[in-house]
Ligand binder design. Structure first.
Ligand SMILES: C[S@@+](CC[C@H](N)C(=O)[O-])C[C@H]1O[C@@H](n2cnc3c(N)ncnc32)[C@H](O)[C@@H]1O
Length: 312
């Protein structure tokens, strides 16, 4: 239910901001739509104007929208553009050696998972904290979901759980796999004692567990084969590299390794080269959000079909 006085205040604020920008443009830059023909400009001014119109203003608008409409202060969530979702489908298709239609089906499966969205909204609504938005937005996690659906892993390990959005998305995929006769388990690791609350209260909690502790220490204690490893904890170069080193001997032969950090370094690419795996990167393009987007790095064994059980 929208609060009319808040809505009115927001509309006024937006009008003020729009007017500010109009004013700013007409004074800082001595041309408007009408003035362009009769006032030739210095090249430098034209370039500044070009940058302002093309990059700065649209970005500022996204920042302002985020300030007004979002409560999130970390681990931002957002939708992806339609084109970006199509790129993701094609990326999944290549990794899993499946058809575009099959990859599309998996992406749509998580997009249309209304039970998870409804659970998220009701869980967030009853939290005391004001730092989460009510809408569940998956972003790149749609790619995680599809890879779990295609790979049919028996064990998925994710380092860095936060609230547990990834945990729920992965477990939703594992549950579907289980319904199709391919059981699998999820382990999430986080050093924050409150991490994973969304997952631990969810209908998916029977699919796995959250272990609290430093990811390096906990990974050392895991003694089963890992089919899908997702690194999303401490994003420092050395910590991420140590995680790959630690899990290296625990990975099953057809395993996949995903990184949430692969856009900023070559850790996973180096690991892929060292262990004779292929590497690909998917870059997010957020829809109407000020975040520039993260991505998914994947290292996998292309010569073996990209899944543990041949089902398609
Ligand atoms: C980006 S968030 C993870 C987001 C999550 N994967 C998702 O899908 O929403 C990073 C998490 O890593 C955790 N973290 C940071 N350093 C860690 C460490 N050394 N060991 C375990 N967890 C760590 C933080 O507490 C935080 O919850």
């Amino acid at each position: 239910m929208k609060d009319p006085s808040r809505e009115l205040a927001l509309t006024k604020l937006k009008t003020l901001i729009d007017e500010f920008f109009k004013e700013e443009l007409s004074t800082t830059y001595p041309f408007t739509d009408q003035g362009l023909e009769n006032k030739p400009l210095e090249l430098e001014t034209r370039l500044e104007h070009f940058a302002w119109i093309l990059y700065v203003k649209p970005y500022l608008k996204k920042v302002i929208d985020w300030c007004i409409y979002s409560r999130e202060r970390e681990n931002y969530t957002y939708e992806l553009t339609q084109a970006n979702i199509a790129h993701l489908i094609s990326w999944v298709k290549i990794i899993l050696s499946c058809s575009y239609e099959q990859a599309n089906t998996w992406i749509n499966e998580i997009i249309n998972n209304t039970a998870l969205k409804t659970y998220y909204r009701s869980y967030i609504s009853q939290l005391d904290t004001k730092y989460f938005d009510l809408d569940l937005r998956y972003g790149r996690r749609m790619g995680w979901y599809s890879l779990v659906r295609g790979l049919k892993p028996k064990l998925v390990v994710e380092t860095g759980v936060h609230l547990g959005i990834g945990s729920c998305v992965i477990s939703a995929a594992l549950e579907k796999n289980m319904q199709e006769g391919f059981p699998g388990k999820y382990i999430g690791i986080d050093n924050n004692p409150y991490a994973g609350a969304l997952f631990l209260n969810s209908p998916y909690k029977h699919i796995g567990e959250i272990i609290i502790g430093d990811s390096l220490e906990i990974l050392r204690t895991i003694d089963c084969k890992i089919d899908l490893f997702i690194s999303d904890s401490d994003h420092s170069l050395s910590h991420e590299a140590k995680e790959y080193k630690l899990v290296s001997s625990k990975l099953s032969s057809n395993s996949m390794i995903l990184s949430d950090n692969a856009g900023g370094n070559t850790n996973l690419l180096d690991f892929a080269n060292e262990t004779n795996r292929d590497f690909l990167y998917f870059k997010e393009i957020p829809l109407n959000h000020m975040h520039k987007g993260a991505g998914i790095g994947v290292a996998w064994n292309k010569v073996i079909p990209g899944h543990l059980f041949t089902t398609f």
